[in-house]
Design a protein around this ligand. Structure first.
Ligand SMILES: Cc1cc2nc3c(=O)[nH]c(=O)nc-3n(C[C@H](O)[C@H](O)[C@H](O)COP(=O)(O)O)c2cc1C
Length: 301
């Protein structure tokens, strides 16, 4: 087991595996299938100050090698999270990253301030959602905005801050450096890539929101390359995410420089995937006689 320990700098996890935000809810349904404690950590659905009903349907479409979603950050808001979801998840005994989103900088500050005294692994600031009209992606594409947002949240929160960046940008190293300079403790790379699908019969976009975020196996090479580039640019740990579906994918992300990984869309096809990946990774490091720590960034050498 010690071979699988993941070092995030601000914390050590029993293994590097966690679900990606929005693909696991708050874990209630999954907890009926397996003990959440087997995971390195759990990442929650985005929390915004006010409850949100999200975008009009259809909100998901299957695509070759992946899916498009335009959920639009549906959630029960800060009060809902504090009153119902978080107390339940805290009883499960697994480290928790709360994903935070908003329309403006003040929204992130408000949620971070309200969660500051909670027993959490940290906050994951979602600066990268492609499916909301205000905020979302626009925060994550400008290095200076990333810097300002992260520094303002840093001022009000004692919790570790993980900044989740968008792949919808020319040079990932700019917002990555902005986040690091603003006081981020780690980065999550990547959120979804903007995409769309059109129904050829109705001749209309399929998603109610017109465009959505592409995720799943199709985006893995993109995610891997962005992790690789960011790992060269910053010295804070990176959590890799995008298209992970088997243990080989996990190892690839570690080799590219990720200290831990998140699994999203693939859990929809196989809800037991995460605990299986925990076992498969244990077997892999045993067989290769190595540790997760040794693998992190090893492809750069
Ligand atoms: C249905 C769905 C909902 C999502 N909701 C969120 C969210 O609330 N916050 C967030 O930061 N990312 C959200 N994401 C993005 C995922 O966390 C992840 O970054 C992305 O799907 C890439 O990983 P994957 O290819 O393993 O799915 C969502 C993705 C999907 C498919």
């Amino acid at each position: 087991m010690s071979r699988t320990i993941a070092d995030l700098g601000f914390a050590r996890l029993k293994n590097p595996l966690m679900p990606a935000s929005g693909c696991f809810g708050w874990g209630r349904e999954y907890s009926q299938l397996y003990d959440l404690k087997v995971l390195g950590a759990v990442v929650t659905k985005a929390v915004t100050p006010e409850p949100r009903s999200g975008n009009p349907g259809p909100r998901v479409v299957e695509t070759p090698g992946g899916m498009l979603n335009a959920i639009g950050l549906e959630n029960s808001g800060l009060q809902g999270a504090l009153a119902e979801e978080l107390p339940w998840l805290q009883e499960q005994g697994v480290p928790i990253l709360v994903n935070v989103a908003g329309r403006k900088v003040g929204d992130y500050v408000q949620v971070a301030e309200a969660l500051g005294d909670q027993d959490l692994l940290g906050l994951e600031l979602n600066l990268s959602c492609p499916n909301v009209r205000e905020g979302g992606i626009s925060f994550g594409t400008d290095a200076n905005t990333v810097y300002k947002l992260v520094s303002q949240v840093r001022r009000v929160s004692p919790l570790p801050l993980v900044v989740k960046l968008t792949p919808n940008i020319t040079d990932i190293t700019e917002p990555a450096r902005g986040a690091e300079a603003g006081g981020a403790d780690a980065l999550t790379l990547i959120n979804t890539l903007r995409g769309m699908a059109i129904d050829v019969r109705t001749r209309r976009p399929i998603l109610g929101n017109v465009s959505g975020g592409l995720s799943g196996s199709a985006i893995k090479p993109v995610a891997l390359s962005l992790v690789w580039q960011a790992a060269k640019a910053v010295s804070i740990p990176i959590i890799g995410c995008g298209g992970i579906a088997q243990v080989g994918d996990v190892v690839e992300f570690l080799l590219a420089g990720a200290a831990a990984v998140q699994v999203g869309s693939a859990t929809f096809a196989d809800p037991l995937l995460l605990p299986r990946l925990v076992k498969d990774l244990e077997a892999w490091v045993e067989q290769e006689d190595c540790s997760v720590k040794e693998l992190v960034g090893a492809a750069h050498c």
